[in-house]
Design a protein around this ligand. Structure first.
Ligand SMILES: [Zn+2]
Length: 308
């Protein structure tokens, strides 16, 4: 990013999330647990997830950066933003840290958008290679957040079948799109262009957040998907075209990605598409059978809206 002059973007230091902002998503006991563990110098939460002395501060900034980005988008009118912080968040459940995640940054950001800015339609696209179980569960019964996840299956954490569509008032507002190992740009690209983008056009969210992991990249050591930098740029273009049509700003929140060079290159490919002056032109993309199947499940609910 530095080598590209940060693509001309304005950079800001992430503030700490406030306790009230965290408590919209997490119970006080969970926030205190992370604070206490860090104050004691750290400790192991599960096999993947350990806190060190600086974890609480880092996790506060990671959630706070996502919140500040939402303010920039919904209060200041910026068209797009990126919260490029770790630790990631999408595995964190309301009351449980797991999978390298302590606070659910994107959920805290979405909750802030509603509480502070009155956004009652927030669409979250989670393209991290792992299912965003925390975000899925936090908004499971909530029709104001449309959670869409593309994830490799089977893979950690083992959740997110297509049959999990939300519950209660939120039934139909969880869209899980598991893909087999080895899936690459054509599968992910089609699911975004032919399912997520039509959902954006149909539902007209006031804000779109991308839980952007880069561990579906072919070079990533934790999974077997085969996305390229161009694939990430393409998905971004699909989202941006749809958002431009409905006037929704886009906020990118960093999640996983463990091949550092691949993460850097993917971000470098994504940034000009996200922040470029011109909306990318439409592309012809082959409709993948998984996209057809996903849209068939959604067409009753969203189908009046637009043809994929
Ligand atoms: Zn991941």
């Amino acid at each position: 990013m530095e080598r590209h002059g940060w693509f001309g973007w304005e950079r800001a230091e992430a503030p700490r999330a406030t306790r009230d902002q965290l408590l919209r998503v997490h119970p006080a006991a969970h926030v205190d647990l992370i604070a206490d563990l860090s104050a004691r110098g750290g400790g192991i939460i599960d096999l993947d997830t350990s806190a060190v002395a600086g974890t609480y501060e880092a996790a506060l900034r990671s959630a706070g950066g996502a919140v500040a980005m939402v303010d920039a988008l919904l209060r200041d009118g910026d068209p797009c933003g990126v919260s490029a912080l770790r630790p990631p968040g999408h595995h964190a459940e309301a009351a449980r840290a797991m999978g390298f995640c302590f606070f659910n940054n994107v959920a805290v950001a979405a909750a802030h958008a509603r509480a502070e800015h009155g956004a009652d339609r927030v669409l979250i696209l989670d393209w991290d290679v792992h299912h965003g179980n925390g975000t899925n569960d936090i908004f499971h019964a909530d029709p104001s957040v449309l959670f869409c996840s593309i994830h490799e299956s089977p893979l950690y954490p083992g959740t997110g079948p297509a049959s999990d569509v939300g519950s209660g008032a939120g039934e139909g507002f969880t869209v899980n799109m598991p893909v087999p190992g080895g899936s690459g740009d054509p599968v992910h690209g089609s699911l975004v262009e032919h399912v997520v983008a039509p959902l954006v056009r149909a539902w007209e969210p006031q804000l779109v957040l991308i839980s952007a992991g880069f561990d579906a990249h072919h070079a990533d050591p934790l999974a077997t998907c085969r996305l390229t930098e161009a694939g990430y740029a393409g998905m971004t273009a699909s989202v941006r075209r749809a958002c431009a049509e409905v006037g929704a700003p886009i906020g990118v929140v960093l999640e996983g990605g463990y091949a550092v060079d691949a993460l850097a290159a993917s971000m470098a490919a994504l940034m000009p598409v996200l922040g470029g002056e011109d909306v990318p032109p439409p592309v012809e993309l082959e409709v993948h059978p998984l996209a057809t199947a996903a849209w068939e499940r959604l067409s009753d609910q969203f189908g009046s809206m637009r043809r994929m």
